[in-house]
Design a protein around this ligand. Structure first.
Ligand code: PMP
Length: 431
C-alpha cells in the first residue's frame, strides 16, 4: 500500500526502530540467512562466496562449534562467579599458543572490552596515559577505546595525549624489508615517543593491530616492525597487540600477528574469530604487567568467558588444529595472491596485491604510475562483486583497498570463482 519494494521498506523500518547510527554494507544491502564454510545464502536462496568474514573463522555454522555450544547450553549457562572446569582448561589451552612470558588471561565479550581493559592495565602498570596508535586504527567502541581509535577522529574526540603515526605502507614505501618500510616506521614511532617524552605526558605505550588492517593491510615481511616495538619497550612503554584481525592463525605464518614479527608484547587482545561468532574475547598479559591492576581493582564481566562462550572458543581451537587451518591459510592465501597478480596483467586498476595467509589487500589505483588511490573504482567494484555474489569490503585511508579476509574454510577451489567475478567486475567498469 505504501508503494515501496520490500527492501526499501525494511531499510526505512530499520532506521525507524534502530535509529541512524548503524551502517550497512552495499547500496542494496544483503540479507543473509544461512551459511556453511566460506559460503552464505540470502533470503531468496542465492549463494554467495564470503571473502569478508573473519568472525565465522573456522567456517559458517561449523558443526563442531554448533554441537559444543548446543551441548553446553543444554547443561548450564550462568554468570562467571562460579567455578567451571572448562574455563580453566580453555585458559591453559589458549595460553599454550602464546609465548611463555604471557601467562595470564581474562575473558570478556568483545574486542572493545578487551582493549578497554588493556588500556587501563597498561596505564596502571606504566603510570603513564599517553598512547601511540596508527592513523586509521579502529580498536573498539567504548569511550576510552574510541578516544584511541584514530579512524573515528572525525566523529569522536581523541584523547588529547594520543599520538598518531602513519602505517608502514609497503606499497608506497616500496620495500617490505626491515630496511625499507620497517625502518621508516621505526623513525615514525621514535618521533612519537620523543614528542610524548618532551611534552611531559607519561608514556603508556603503543596499541597496534600488526596487520594494519584498517590502515590498508600492511603485513610486510615477518619481523618488519620488530625494531619499532623494541623501541617502545626501551622507553618503558607497553605494547598492546590487538589480535582481533591477525590472530588465530589467519596470517598462516604464525598463530598470532605479533609472533610473525618475532616480538613478545605485554598485553594481547582478541575477539572476533575466537568463538566463531559466539561472543567471547580475551585480554592475555604478562603477569607482572597485569598484577599492578589486578591486585588493586576488582573486575567483573557477567558474560565474559561463561561456560557456553568457552565451549565455543574451545571448539574453535580444536577445529583450527584438527583441520590444519593455519597451514591451509598459508598455502591457499599464497595461491589466491598469485591468481590476483595474474589478473593484474589484464586490469591496470590492480595496483598492488599484498598480504599473508588468508589476509589479502588488493589495492585499486586510478593510475599505476602515480599509485593514485582508486577510491571510486573500489567502491563500484564492491557493488559489482556483490551482484556477482562475492562479499567483501574496503579499507585504508582512501577506501581503495579491497579486504579479502574469508573464513579459513575458504578453499583453493573457491579461487577461480573469485577471479572470474573480479575479472567480470573490472571489465564491466572498464578498468
Ligand atoms: N580491534 C580491531 C582491530 C577490530 O577490527 C575490532 C572490530 N572491528 C575491534 C578491536 C573491536 O571489536 P568488537 O567489535 O568485538 O568490540
Amino acid at each position: 500500500a505504501d508503494g515501496l519494494d520490500p527492501r526499501t521498506r525494511a531499510l526505512t523500518e530499520r532506521r525507524r526502530v534502530l535509529g541512524s547510527a548503524y551502517r550497512l554494507f552495499y547500496r542494496h544491502p544483503v540479507e543473509l540467512v544461512r551459511g556453511r564454510g566460506a559460503h552464505a545464502w540470502d533470503a531468496e536462496g542465492n549463494e554467495y562466496l564470503d571473502l569478508y568474514n573473519n568472525v565465522p573463522s573456522v567456517g559458517h555454522a561449523h558443526p563442531r562449534v554448533v554441537e559444543a555450544v548446543a551441548r553446553q547450553m543444554s547443561e548450564l549457562n550462568t554468570h562467571t562467579r562460579y567455578l567451571h572446569p572448562a574455563v580453566l582448561d580453555y585458559a591453559d589451552d589458549l595460553l599454550s599458543t602464546m609465548p611463555d612470558e604471557i601467562d595470564r588471561v581474562m575473558f570478556v565479550c568483545t574486542g572493545s572490552e578487551a582493549n578497554d581493559l588493556a588500556l587501563r592495565v597498561g596505564r596502571e602498570f606504566t603510570g603513564g596515559s599517553a598512547w601511540i596508535a596508527t592513523s586509521e586504527a579502529y580498536h573498539g567502541n567504548t569511550a576510552l577505546v574510541s578516544a584511541h581509535s584514530p579512524s573515528l577522529r572525525n566523529g569522536e574526540e581523541m584523547d588529547p595525549t594520543l599520538r598518531i603515526v602513519d602505517p608502514p605502507d609497503t606499497y608506497r614505501l616500496g620495500s617490505e624489508t626491515a630496511d625499507g618500510a620497517g625502518s621508516w616506521w621505526l623513525t615514525r614511532v621514535a618521533e612519537a615517543i620523543a614528542e610524548i617524552e618532551s611534552s611531559g605526558d607519561g608514556f603508556a605505550g603503543l596499541i597496534l593491530d600488526s596487520s594494519f588492517s584498517s590502515d590498508g593491510i600492511f603485513l610486510g615481511e615477518p619481523g618488519m616492525i620488530r625494531a619499532a616495538l623494541d623501541l617502545v619497550h626501551a622507553h618503558g612503554g607497553v605494547v598492546i597487540a590487538d589480535e582481533v584481525q591477525p590472530g588465530f592463525g589467519r596470517t598462516g605464518e604464525a598463530f598470532w600477528g605479533f609472533d610473525r614479527h618475532g616480538f613478545v608484547p605485554d598485553l594481547v587482545t582478541t575477539g572476533k574469530p575466537m568463538g566463531n561468532g559466539f561472543p567471547i574475547a580475551a585480554m592475555a598479559a604478562r603477569r607482572e604487567v597485569l598484577d599492578a591492576f589486578a591486585t588493586r581493582r576488582p573486575y567483573f564481566n557477567t558474560f565474559g568467558g561463561n561456560p557456553v562462550a568457552v565451549s565455543a572458543a574451545q571448539a574453535v581451537l580444536d577445529v583450527l588444529r584438527d583441520e590444519g587451518l593455519q597451514a591451509r591459510a598459508l598455502s591457499v592465501g599464497a595461491q589466491l595472491r598469485d591468481a590476483l597478480r595474474d589478473l593484474g596483467h589484464a586490469h591496470p586498476a590492480i595496483g598492488d596485491v599484498r598480504g599473508s595467509g588468508q589476509y589479502t589487500g588488493l589495492e585499486i589505483v586510478a593510475d599505476r604510475e602515480t599509485k593514485e588511490p582508486g577510491t571510486g573504482i573500489a567502491l563500484d567494484l564492491l557493488e559489482e562483486l556483490r551482484d556477482r555474489r562475492v562479499l567483501t569490503s574496503v579499507c585504508g585511508p582512501n577506501n581503495s583497498v579491497l579486504k579479502l579476509r574469508p573464513p579459513l574454510a575458504f578453499e583453493a577451489g573457491d579461487i577461480p570463482r573469485l577471479v572470474e567475478a573480479l575479472d567480470g567486475s573490472l571489465t564491466a567498469l572498464g578498468v
